[in-house]
Design a protein around this ligand. Sequence first.
Ligand code: PLP
Length: 504
Amino acid sequence: MTDGPSNRPETSLDPDRFEKNAALAAAWAAEYWRTLEDRPVAPPTRPGDVLERLPRYAPESGEPFERVLGDLTDLIAPNTLHWQHPGFFGYFPCNTSEPAVLADLITSAMGNQGMLWQTAPAANELERRLLDQMAHAIGLPEGFRSDAPSGGGVIQPTASDATLAALVAARRRVFDRHPDARSDDLTLYTSDQAHSSVVKAAMIAGLARHADDRSQLRLIPARNTGGPDHGSLDADALRSAVADDVRAGKVPTFVTATLGTTATGAFDDLAGIAGVLGDGPAAPRPWLHVDAAWAGAALICPEHRAMLAGVEAADSFCFNPHKWLLTTFDCNLFWTQDRGTLVDAMSITPSYLRSEASESGEVFDYRDWGVPLGRRARALKLWFVLRFFGLGAMRRFIRGHVAMAESLQRRIEAHPRLALSCPRSLALVCLHATGPTLQDEDRLTDAVAARVNASGYAYVTPAKILTPSGPRRTIRVSIGAVATEPRHVERLVGTLSGAVNALT
Ligand code: PLP
């Protein structure tokens, strides 16, 4: 830190010093983006490499900002997996963008604390309005909007937080209607392809003692057809699991459906699930939560909305603009059609948090919509993103990635040594190397993935997925980085081909 004016403590906010250092930080970030493509996507870092170069004790005196930036250049950037690299095809994307970065800067500069409407009125109402705008933009029914009698949305940090909030609300609804129910009687359902955050939510809520505890959590086997419904929850199996539990005196409480599973991008059939819950013997109807963490971004394009059929029956729905919608981590949009239950489940008001606005019932106090009391004004970055790009450019962004995935699919279908492992979903393509036996294919596929990741040009995720001929190793190629262009996908095909040829 450079010295502040002599008559003030060096920790005071110094606008001139800030302006100068902010320009240096912006220049650093711009140069990072400029040079991304020249860096290897994955660093050669080994565990402990960074740790051993960091001092054991915090500095006693401040240092010039330039020196901190120097260490960013020498120590942090070279040991980072570059998620914004155009050759990043791993996991799911984690987008960043100019307006989101700038909004984060301003949010931090303002340093507001949005626990109640009263503590940050503008950020609070911006968040409420944006969630309504986004509900409209992705085609959610009216019941999820804040002007509906019991709807509304909130920004949660992550999809994992959203699932936990939904589960806690589901439990509250059961206890409201069955005050004598015991926690041990509540049962939860999701597919065996759902994200691990569902199991984790059950563990946190005390409904699973450990990750393998299935005494209350049912993981329903997904369909294994190899066709368009491959990997989606089997509604008939859900029906019989719910019926068995009701017969055994259990209280079916919570169902999580996934739109865009993590392994293969499969879509659960919401209408089929809603049919099971609507006409089933369980009363009250279990809470239906929809986790569209990744795929939800594609809903801004009307041509991808078929997956929403049946969503009217959902109690809550979420997706992550921080994955594939240009909004820097973290930003999960979470809507409910039963905000009364959600708020009852989370609300506890000590005297110092009472306010006239809250008592009036006219405002949303978002501390009652999730775990944290204190809240960062995350709405600002989504607002900047929407206003900077507009939905039109955002649709072109999604469509561009889907088109690149279609072209990759065609290249793999025509390839002599590579094949698709399951149908493409939006911008996710799963592929494997071909060989004489499944074991050969698995070995080769992992070796190809390792070679691609060591190339520095591209980064993919090796994984194991379900197929009709048994579990197999696959390479997940998830197209969605902001910088990725068709030429980077071409280079990936070349790198994959080079790897498979070199290994056989
Ligand atoms: N749900 C699905 C389907 C996911 O793919 C993921 C992460 O990839 C998550 C939930 C967890 O997301 P988050 O990191 O926002 O908790």
